[in-house]
Design a binder for this molecule. Structure first.
Ligand code: GCO
Length: 483
């Protein structure tokens, strides 16, 4: 068998999210989401960028799907905007919203592309925030179940793969601890409370799905990254165990086993910020079994013991990195202070946006997740954000992206060879799109979209060099990966 041969049914894919691509915030009866509101608050996003136009996928999806077909994509992950389906969150169903996604799915299938549908990629209907207080209220679990029932009943027969929540760790932390996403709150106790409610919604949706869509597959997409000890000093190793439980297991254990890691729970209890878990909650969490793990992988982190700062330690991280919940809470309740101290990793290079590049960590992630939870893994995101340049003849020479994707796909192949069942790889992203906090100039796509932070221009689509590279990789089942 040739060295880089992937399984023939491997889902070579690409991904997106509704608010980051669709635009058309008021079209065909759509209600506002918390992102429609939040992005308009002065100073909250880069240059005031928002998704009002985005890349206008709502009106151009035929063109985008045709480009997916030409690329040879086997899977496309996108999210449904809840407020297109139920504009006020839990009231009347908007048929036009459902029709949009039904048409998109039919179009994908006509081009041989398997849809992977995310139910929640951060755009809660604003009405649910206003009426009930958003994810802090259990009423929103009922609203989510209602919305899920509508889409499962309507689209369940056409879609095999479903994702419940996208990066719950990121949206709860940025939304409730750091006030850099909606609902713009800075309160760690409220973060843990809201996060617990989201866990209940996740479990409820999984159980409902298994009842309504037998044979389908559903799981959460989690922003996972292994945390390394800065040295082999056992105190640093213990800190890394703490950090992995705090950053990763706090979610993954709940999804896959229905329990929170005990040490972290005790630490949160000692700070009086732990969520309240009733016996009924416990039962619900234990009753739900995802069919696969959706892995969003960008990078992990590195830590040392909170009390042990080696003199050679590179500088302390003070920024808020969504993939490593570093930084001290301003309200003084910082579990990190008790558990670990984040540092830079001198062995890893970084992207232009300061994110570590760590393909070996990708293989580590597959190994850890599979051996712990014994579930197949679908990569629902991985990719490189960069400041791409369009040449005068409309080309983008993104050899740096090709290199990044190549390194990560080789690491994935390593995990397959290790015996880990990896179902597919959805690169982030298909077209360029809105980065929530970094505007439009930070680009991830295989397809360049001609717009920038301040000017929507004509939104023309131009395949980048990485598009043609990926096309060959897919056509050869991975064999040309190293060419
Ligand atoms: C960004 C981020 C996002 C995320 C994605 C998470 O720059 O805003 O990279 O695009 O990766 O939305 O699921």
């Amino acid at each position: 068998e040739p060295a880089n041969q992937f399984p023939h049914d491997f889902l070579w894919g690409a991904a997106s999210a509704a608010y980051q691509i669709e635009g058309a915030p008021h079209a065909d009866g759509k209600g506002p989401s918390i992102w429609d509101t939040f992005a308009k608050i002065p100073g909250k996003t880069k240059n005031g960028t928002n998704g009002d136009v985005a890349v206008d996928h709502y009106h151009r999806y035929h063109e985008d799907v045709a480009l997916m077909g030409q690329l040879g994509l086997k899977a496309y992950r996108f999210s449904i905007a809840w407020s297109r389906i139920i504009p006020d969150g839990d009231g009347a169903v908007n048929e036009a919203g459902l029709q949009f996604y039904a048409d998109l799915i039919a179009d994908l299938k006509a081009h041989g592309v398997e849809p992977v549908v995310t139910l929640y990629h951060w755009d809660l209907p604003q009405a649910l925030q206003d009426k009930y207080g958003g994810w802090e209220s259990r009423k929103v679990v009922d609203a989510f179940a209602k919305y899920c029932r509508v889409v499962f009943e309507r689209l369940g027969s056409a879609v095999k793969y479903w994702v419940t929540f996208n990066e719950q760790n990121v949206f709860t932390a940025l939304g409730y601890r750091w006030a850099s996403h909606p609902p713009n709150v800075k309160d760690i106790k409220r973060m843990y409370a809201a996060n617990h409610v989201v866990n209940l919604a996740n479990a409820t949706a999984i159980n409902l799905f298994h009842e309504l869509v037998p044979g389908g597959k559903i799981g959460p997409s989690f922003g996972y990254g292994e945390v390394y000890p800065a040295t082999s000093n056992p105190a640093d190793v213990l800190a890394a165990v703490n950090a992995n439980q705090f950053n990763n297991d706090w979610w993954m254990d709940v999804y896959c086993r229905g329990t929170y890691p005990v040490k972290i729970m005790r630490t949160l209890q000692s700070l009086n910020i732990a969520p309240e878990v009733t016996a009924a909650d416990d039962q619900l969490l234990k009753s739900a079994h995802p069919d696969f793990i959706g892995l969003n992988y960008y990078h992990g982190g590195t830590v040392e013991a909170p009390t042990h700062h080696t003199p050679t330690t590179t500088k302390q991280l003070t920024n808020i990195d969504p993939y490593l919940m570093a930084g001290d809470a301003e309200n003084g309740l910082s579990p990190e202070k008790l558990l670990f101290h984040s540092v830079e990793n001198p062995d890893l290079e970084k992207t232009a946006f300061g994110w570590e590049i760590d393909p070996v960590g990708f293989r580590v992630a597959f190994r850890q997740l599979y051996e712990k939870y014994q579930l197949p893994i679908l990569v629902t995101e991985n990719g490189l954000g960069a400041l791409d340049q369009l040449t005068e003849d409309h080309q983008v020479h993104d050899d740096y992206r090709i290199k990044y994707l190549q390194q990560h796909l080789l690491a994935l192949k390593g995990a397959l060879d290790d015996g880990v069942p990896v179902l597919g790889y959805c690169a982030w992203s298909f077209t360029d799109l809105l980065s929530w906090l970094n505007g439009y100039d930070k680009r991830y796509g295989f397809v360049y979209v001609d717009r920038n932070d301040t000017d929507a221009k004509d939104l023309a689509r131009y395949p980048k060099d990485s598009y043609y590279w990926y096309q060959k990789v897919i056509a050869s089942d991975g064999e040309t990966l190293q060419d």
